[in-house]
Design a protein around this ligand. Structure first.
Ligand code: FAD
Ligand code: DHB
Length: 392
């Protein structure tokens, strides 16, 4: 089998890239190790930057997002048991964010792909990438108990942090940067109306907590917990009592409780692999970088990469111009690093660090006060939160 671009992974990165390539008349095959039902139900990110919403609309996958997405003009930042509203729309010069779950984007992109009749193969696990330094790389994969190969011009490594693309780059040709944080997030989905119609970021001496939503009747809540905790240690009662404590304000705010339908733990990590290209392999999204989830940047950052990669491939196939391909990594990393900076600093600003509780917390409170008091600090926050401009 042959194609122009072989795409490893049908997460948001791989699916969006395939859609953009299709619109540019470029052929691709997507290989995904999991079944369709799995990727369409995996609970992950929720907040989309304004430019990401526009990108999805421009690619013809924005109709349901426009109908069902919840547009947010502000956020609630809590510290010292007091709420502060940041009008991120006004502060960023008119940019809003939209709450629309990642798995719904995945469903929309899968549906769009199936309509094109171009290949998207599920339960096709890529085992190795071959001849990446030649003009005819190959992707070896297993499907229905058989080993098969796909020959292509380029390989897009969109297979997430635990994929095989990044490790296919020989050691010495790629550097990695990052840190692991000494805490995790316990995330729950609850059948409870969100008590605030905007996302709440709560700094608290017991640890960070976040309230988001998935619909007017379903809340998505997260709380900081020790990194080696097990979900089993968190009974429903313990989760609610911890959430109530962390969201409490002097003016008597109270969360709505409801049946907890899902619980999961996410470790927190900052990570960047550079360069994001090796020969004919280009990495995008979590395959190349991870952010701690505090700033809601993981998915948004992936879209930045995909825009650059799709534009580079289009310039190559349409005009024979390989300049953008050469500079793919350099261009993508400029935005990636700014997003990393924002996500890491927000993570450090809002979580409790047990090894430095007293001094660190004073620094956090001083910075939080500056963000809510000084419009210039708030503007910078809002521009990052609602999304930096795309380079391409
Ligand atoms: P992925 O979504 O990871 O997609 C990669 C795909 O490749 C997967 O479908 C995988 O099955 C497939 N794959 C892997 N290996 C192979 C192989 N060998 N062969 C074929 N296919 C393969 N971001 C936020 O902004 N906010 C959040 O609250 C948030 N929560 C998260 C919670 C969890 C548990 C995780 C893991 C991530 C979370 N993120 C969050 C990050 C966000 O979801 C990611 O940044 C986003 O999914 C990146 O998309 P991607 O397509 O690059 O990678
Ligand atoms: C969500 C996740 C985040 O990391 C965040 O900062 C805001 C919202 C969410 O899952 O809805």
């Amino acid at each position: 089998i042959k194609t122009q671009v072989g795409i490893v992974g049908a997460g948001p990165s791989g699916l969006l890239l395939a859609q953009m390539l299709h619109l540019a008349g470029i052929d691709s095959v997507i290989l995904e190790s999991r079944p369709r039902s799995y990727i369409e139900n995996r609970q992950r990110a929720g907040v989309l930057e304004h430019g990401v919403v526009r990108t999805l609309a421009d690619c013809g996958v924005g109709a349901r997002l426009a109908r069902e997405g919840m547009v947010h003009e502000g956020i609630d930042i809590r510290f010292g048991e007091t709420r502060h509203r940041l009008d991120v729309k006004a502060l960023s010069g008119g940019q809003c964010v939209t709450v629309y779950p990642q798995h719904e984007i995945v469903k929309d992109l899968v549906a769009a792909r199936l309509q094109t009749d171009r290949p998207l193969w599920f339960e096709a696990r890529v085992t190795s990438l071959l001849d990446l330094e030649t003009s005819r790389p190959r992707i070896r994969f297993e499907q229905d108990g058989e080993t098969r190969e796909l020959a292509c011009d380029f390989v897009a490594g969109c297979d997430g942090f635990h994929g095989i693309s990044r490790p296919a780059i020989p050691g010495g040709r790629i550097d990695s940067y990052g840190r692991d944080y000494p805490f995790a997030w316990l995330g729950i989905l609850a059948e409870a109306a969100p008590a605030s119609h905007e996302v709440i970021y709560a700094h608290h001496k017991r640890g960070f907590a976040l309230q988001s939503m998935r619909s007017p009747t379903v809340s998505r809540l997260y709380l900081q917990c020790p990194v080696d905790d097990d979900v089993e240690q968190w009974s429903d009662d313990r989760i609610w009592s911890e959430l109530h404590a962390r969201f409490a304000t002097h003016d008597g705010f109270r969360l709505n409780e409801g049946r907890i339908v899902q619980k999961s733990l996410t470790p927190m990590r900052s990570f960047v692999a550079a360069p994001m290209r090796h020969g004919r392999l280009m990495l995008a999204g979590d395959a190349a970088h991870i952010v701690p989830p505090t700033g809601a940047k993981g998915l948004n950052s992936a879209v930045g990469d995909v825009r650059v990669m799709a534009a580079a491939l289009e310039a190559y196939y349409r005009h024979g111009d390989g300049d953008l391909l050469e500079r793919y990594s350099e261009i993508a990393l400029r935005r990636v690093w700014k997003t990393q900076r924002f996500a890491a600093s927000l993570c450090t600003l809002l979580h409790r660090f047990h090894d430095e509780p007293r001094f660190h917390m004073r620094m956090q409170l001083a910075e939080l006060e500056q963000i809510v008091e000084d419009p210039r600090a708030a503007e910078l926050f809002a521009r990052n939160y609602t999304g930096l401009p795309f380079d391409v």
